[in-house]
Design a binder for this molecule. Sequence first.
Ligand SMILES: Cc1cc2nc3c(=O)[nH]c(=O)nc-3n(C[C@H](O)[C@H](O)[C@H](O)COP(=O)(O)O)c2cc1C
Length: 213
Amino acid sequence: MISTTMRELTPDELLATTRSVRKRLDLERPVEREVLEECLRLAQQAPTASYAQNWHFVVVTDPAERAALGELWRKVAGPYLERRAAAAAADQRVARIGDAVRHLAEHIHEVPVHVIPCVEGRTDGAPAGVQASRWASIIPAAWSFMLAARARGLGTVWTTFPLRHEREAAEILGIPYQRVMQAALIPVAYTIGTEFKPAARKPLDTMVHWDRW
Ligand SMILES: Cc1cc2nc3c(=O)[nH]c(=O)nc-3n(C[C@H](O)[C@H](O)[C@H](O)COP(=O)(O)O)c2cc1C
């Protein structure tokens, strides 16, 4: 394993501090291929339905491809920010996320690595249960990748804006759209500083149902 300068996190700290990083991505520092491969090998330890291992990760470092994906990202981020302008004016938390989204929109093409987790087999229009088992064959792996990245001083954020233009993203990257679905675009970079705090969350009893809803 490649050593990092960040202190070792306990498993609980890792789970509590793997945050959506947008403003603290170091756009200057390259990310070593070996570190990405370590994270991807750990991601492969996640489960897939029926042992299918029908997952793929497209790791994008090419500047022209990142620029093209950045355009797709911005096409959706712009209207999203406009729609949320009134809510942002009324609520500081919404405003804070909006600021971070705007920052990433301006710099997405400069983030050194974009990772696109994909899964084989399209489920467009399929019943929810079918969709759930297909998506759950890639999302746990992608989250493992993000946790492994955090453990190595890398920051990530789950983003779905470019999925609105999934077919165009597939063309940019040569992904066979007819048989492969993209789950996200995860920008990856070393973080500026390595300390992150747990986020505020609703009280547990507002979301946990013991025995009955
Ligand atoms: C399914 C999903 C889709 C998301 N899509 C985007 C996105 O397209 N762009 C973005 O900047 N953040 C995206 N996010 C990140 C959320 O906005 C983020 O979780 C939010 O900022 C709250 O962060 P918190 O964990 O600190 O509460 C997404 C997160 C999830 C889980």
